[in-house]
Design a binder for this molecule. Structure first.
Ligand code: GLU
Length: 305
């Protein structure tokens, strides 16, 4: 049996020399203030064995990783209906691009670019009377801890610099694809980006996908097997901004990243893994995170391909 603890400890030593090669996100001041030299790695298996190294229990801003949670909450309630409003193809454009939306008539390419995520958040607001509370309760139920919170400092900073997301939301609304008040959509969106979670929490929360849609903590079937496959397919094709193809090529796992420097991915039927290191590469993905994931699947000689 693979000794995951030994593997991630070795990887930790191998990737720390890359400190300084990337750049911390600076589009909002709250993220620019994060100490760049931090690295956590966690592997969690379906039998709930956790191996961790480094800053594994330090909470950080999950940013776009939250798009997977909101998508899951919406898909579990309305299923295929969502795909009338959001596409399922990689965009080939930056995550916050406006151009594609115009010629595609307000129908965002996929739920992981900002345009698509804003539509998903809009549906979340329509479906859940208290969406922010519902989101945090949902994530807590996946992590088995109440120690998950919104970082209000980040949420505020996010809101102060949300001009482009506001523009996206108004533009989509002009096509009738956002139903709620744009201010409300942006408020919930800024909060979901500001969810603070550690690698330990993130890895645990993604066991849901490794476990065919069943929360391994309580046996609840959160997603059907088919919904789990579909969300996994979206992560594999669109989960890493414009670097999704390269992540599939180098790592070979479905997952999601965020500009806070977190990456979480999973191996169906086996395990989940989270890495956090705040310095990003030019695509907005954690530079050390990708190095660590590539070494991991190479080392254990396993991927979805
Ligand atoms: N809060 C970010 C934004 O919408 C999300 C960034 C990300 O992780 O992709 O600008």
């Amino acid at each position: 049996m693979t000794d995951y603890a030994e593997v991630i400890e070795r990887i930790y030593r191998e990737v720390t020399p890359y400190w300084g090669a990337g750049k911390v996100a600076d589009y909002i001041p709250a993220l620019a203030q994060v100490d760049p030299r931090q690295l956590g790695i966690v592997v969690d298996t379906l039998d709930l064995n956790t191996c961790k190294v480094g800053d594994a229990d330090v909470p950080f801003s999950v940013q776009s990783i939250s798009k997977v949670f909101t998508l899951t909450m919406v898909v579990r309630l309305i299923g295929e209906e969502l795909w009338k409003s959001v596409g399922r193809e990689p965009s080939g454009n930056p995550f916050n691009s406006l151009v594609q939306l115009e010629y595609e008539q307000g129908l965002p390419r996929n739920p992981f670019i900002n345009a698509g995520a804003l539509v998903v958040t809009d549906r979340l607001i329509s479906l859940y009377p208290r969406p922010k509370e519902a989101l945090i309760d949902f994530v807590r139920s996946l992590c088995g801890t109440d120690d998950i919170y919104y970082d209000h400092h980040v949420a505020k900073s996010e809101r102060l610099h949300a001009d482009r997301n506001m523009a996206l939301a108004y533009f989509i609304k002009s096509f009738g694809n956002i139903h709620n008040d744009v201010e409300t959509v942006i408020d919930v969106y800024c909060h979901q980006c500001a969810l603070a979670m550690s690698c330990t929490d993130l890895a645990r929360s993604f066991l849901l996908f490794a476990n065919r849609g069943v929360n391994p903590l309580n046996g609840e079937q959160v997603l059907t097997e088919s919904q789990t496959k579909r969300i996994g397919a979206l992560m594999a094709t669109c989960g890493f901004y414009d670097e999704s193809g390269d992540f599939a090529y180098r790592v070979g796992l479905p997952g999601k990243s965020g500009v806070g420097g977190g990456i979480v991915a999973y191996m169906p039927g086996k395990l989940s893994m989270a890495v956090w290191s705040p310095e990003l590469n030019s695509y907005g993905n954690s530079l050390i995170g990708i190095e660590a994931f590539e070494r991991f699947t190479t080392d254990i000689r396993s991927s979805i391909f």
